[in-house]
Design a protein around this ligand. Sequence first.
Ligand SMILES: Nc1ncnc2c1ncn2[C@@H]1O[C@H](COP(=O)(O)OP(=O)(O)OP(=O)(O)O)[C@@H](O)[C@H]1O
Ligand SMILES: [Mg+2]
Length: 274
Amino acid sequence: MIVDGRNIQFSYSFNAHCFALHDVDISINKGEFAVILGCNGSGKSTLLKHLNALLQLQHGQLTVAQIDVSNQKEIWLLRRICGMVFQNPDNQFVSSSVDEDIAFGLENYEVPRDDIPKKVNSALELVDMTGYEKRTPNTLSGGQKQRVALAGVLALEPDIIIFDEATAMLDPDGRQEVLNIMHKLHTAGKTVIAITHYVEEAVSADKIILMHQGRVLSCGSPEEILTNPELMHEAGLMVPMPVRLYYDLMQAGIRLGRCPLTSEELAEEICQLR
Ligand SMILES: Nc1ncnc2c1ncn2[C@@H]1O[C@H](COP(=O)(O)OP(=O)(O)OP(=O)(O)O)[C@@H](O)[C@H]1O
Ligand SMILES: [Mg+2]
């Protein structure tokens, strides 16, 4: 297991009885594509910020790539192994050109100077941004900024990449580009953990961790979680459109062979009715 957490409890204010996380267990296998799904304020970001020690563990145990996140001595190593991409790429740039920005992260990790240009180039290639090296980050489009921010993370060659609603500010094309990169990384053997409240983005996950009010409500495959309207309703979320249609058709007396998760599966099932 690459992420193994037990009884994680967290409060932003030590005096309050108001917990942002209650007794959360989390386990993610190496190479898995895990999606954390939940409505606003359900504790998704709070939980994932524990994985690279952006928030300090207050209660429970958590290891990431066998590193105890409470071990201050291992924080740099942990953050190199576990990279994080956030929702708003504007807050993630420090330099006046794309290549310098990516190089800055590598310099911080004391990567030998001679190796830096090669690593910068291959990171930009991975996100399809070759040719943008000398551009000023704030002259890029939202989708391009997000890909450069991701290149900055990938240049460090992390084993785990966390996307905290990294597609939320993008248009459908920009979203699709970032989703494609997530899938490419997953196929290349990386562990990808993505937070979203777009249920459609959770359909192709290996595992969904469903959160509500600081707790893990359920954990399972997309079929187990997304086709369960009661469970999704409890989490304050809607099931994907094809699932809604499956139940609407059932009410109307039309029964499909299986509950589809995507529009392609829905079309297949409808064709089977003929
Ligand atoms: N810096 C903070 N200080 C105090 N409370 C916070 C802070 N950040 C989050 N919270 C509270 O912790 C709870 C969980 O928030 P969190 O940001 O983890 O939710 P989320 O699931 O990521 O939501 P969203 O989908 O809106 O990003 C919320 O009640 C929120 O108000
Ligand atoms: Mg959040």
